[in-house]
Design a protein around this ligand. Structure first.
Ligand code: CS2
Length: 514
């Protein structure tokens, strides 16, 4: 197990002779106090925000600065699944320590133990501790990686579109018993209520999720909940909390047992939660922090008031093509992103979507050449050392398609002169993915938290010829919510025909012969 004691021996390098060089925290970890509460302690957070915080703590000029040490992170898990419980136990057993292996495309690796995570709480079991922490004067940032679909915003066309959904069961339960919340919205609102009652200031609510305008979406979600609970609290939060927009980027694969063994063999550590990420990392944030922040600008974070252009470019290019490759990979039974991209048909298809459907309607962020940006993204996808799983990316495809594809689909469909064929193929790939069957006929498990039982049944519908009426039911699925107003019967027919082609020919041949 990776413990503070292991760190001591690593630092003295005695037990470590002959193994890879492993960096350890150079700061006095015991002196680091929590200033950030983070909801959703997934791999991406551990390799991104926690890594930036660790870098700031490691700055030589911070070694003797007590202020700089006030930015430790307490992680909060919202779920109580067996996996979440194991993770919680591991974090506690290792005192929040874990190793991060950064792997470059060329194969070079850098291994460091990160120490920014100072504690971990499981909200369903330790709710009161979480609330006390949110209400503590020490807490100044509440950060989030709660997934694209986690903000509970209504995307269905109609008067409530874009609003926080108050009628979901979890939210309704929290509103009815706000002192014992279960959702992140309930926790933050109750925490802020206590801060206000204690005469404390607000916090920065910092989304680190891949959403367009993630700060604005968080504002809508957290204030939408607070408004329903107590309009005065909502007004206080609006006046005292900030919600910076941010673009976040770093490919962080899931870690299988096999990867874990490989990482540990290389590092010589017995880390229960080792992490792998590419050597690339980017974070572009609005500098709107309500109560201070770590000196992120010294460790490569870009502060900008034009975050939106960065977000759009990243989401519409990187995440959009990631989802295409993953849907194709799932259908073909090819597990890893770099292997899918190695098929010329897929490479060409993604190139074409980006060149013809995305880049022409995208505003380049300041100082960014979109063609060079595209090349960097595809080079990153080809990084074999990542062995990034298509299943990771294909999970929650319903929410992701709405976030990653909407502007592109809309701009193509709104322009009668634009060839919609690739957009049609993308939607056909998505529907085939949601059907949950590979092209060799075998089934795979869908991870679709945004779909209920009835919707899953619709998605799984097999027949494409027997009952055209029934086959059209798939277009009621929420994946289409954000562009449903642009769907026409002709378009639906073309998507259904494309699905047939994908099934008859298989993905590669269908893409080769448009
Ligand atoms: C992926 C992202 O899960 C997904 O949909 O596209 O996790 C991707 O790896 C990151 O956004 C990269 O920054």
């Amino acid at each position: 197990m990776l413990t503070p004691e292991t760190l001591k021996s690593l630092a003295s390098d005695s037990v470590h002779a002959g193994k890879a060089q492993v960096g350890v925290p150079v700061y006095d970890r015991a002196a680091v106090t929590p200033g950030i509460v983070h909801f959703g302690v997934g791999n991406f957070f551990r390799a991104h925000l926690a890594n930036y915080v660790d870098r700031v703590l490691s700055l030589p000029e911070n070694a003797s600065d007590p202020q700089a040490r006030q930015w430790g992170i307490i992680g909060v898990g919202l779920r109580e699944s067996p996996r979440a419980l194991r993770k919680a136990e591991d974090f506690v057993a290792q005192d929040g320590l874990y190793s991060l292996t950064e792997a470059a495309t060329g194969g070079a690796r850098d291994i460091r133990v990160l120490g920014a995570l100072k504690g971990y709480l499981l909200a369903p079991r330790e709710g009161e501790k979480v609330l006390a922490l949110l209400a503590s004067p020490e807490t100044r940032i509440v950060s989030l990686t709660i997934t694209e679909g986690g903000y509970n915003i209504d995307e269905t066309p109609g008067p409530n579109r874009g609003k926080f959904r108050l009628k979901t069961r979890a939210v309704a339960e929290d509103l009815a018993d706000s002192g014992h919340p279960k959702t992140v919205f309930g926790f933050v609102a109750e925490g802020m209520r206590r801060r206000r009652a204690a005469g404390l200031g607000g916090v920065t609510i910092l989304s680190c999720d891949n959403l367009r305008h993630n700060g604005d979406v968080s504002r809508k979600a957290f204030l939408g909940y607070a408004q329903a609970l107590d309009p005065e609290l909502a007004a206080w939060m609006e006046a005292n909390c900030t919600f910076p927009n941010a673009m976040v980027d770093r490919i962080t694969p899931s870690v299988s047992q096999e990867t874990m063994d490989r990482l540990n063999a290389r590092s010589g550590l017995q880390d229960l939660q080792p992490l792998l990420a590419e050597d690339f990392t980017q974070w572009v944030v609005e500098d709107k922090f309500a109560a201070g922040r770590p000196a992120f600008e010294k460790v490569g974070v870009q502060f900008s008031d034009q975050v939106s252009a960065f977000e759009h470019a990243k989401i519409r290019m990187l995440n959009c093509s990631h989802l295409i490759l993953s849907a194709a990979g799932m259908l073909m039974g090819v597990d890893l992103v770099h292997d899918v991209l190695a098929y010329p048909q897929l490479r060409r298809f993604v190139d074409d979507v980006l060149d013809r459907d995305v880049i022409p309607t995208l505003q380049a962020p300041p100082g960014v050449d979109l063609v060079a940006y595209k090349d960097t993204i595809l080079t990153r996808f080809a990084n074999k050392a990542m062995a990034d799983q298509v299943a990771r990316i294909a999970a929650d495809a319903t929410s992701k398609a709405q976030v990653f594809w909407t502007e592109t689909v809309r701009s193509v469909l709104e322009n009668p002169d634009h060839d919609p064929s690739r957009i049609i193929t993308m939607q056909a790939l998505l529907l085939e993915l949601l059907r949950g069957r590979r092209e060799d006929g075998t089934l795979f498990e869908l991870e679709e938290p945004a779909l209920d039982e009835a919707q899953l049944e619709i998605a799984h519908y097999e027949g494409l010829d027997e009952s055209p009426g029934k086959e059209r039911e798939v277009f009621t699925l929420p994946a289409f919510d954000s562009w449903r107003d642009l769907m026409t019967p002709e378009l639906e027919d073309r998507i259904s025909r494309e699905r047939r082609r994908l099934r008859c020919l298989g993905v590669l041949e269908a893409l080769a012969a448009p």
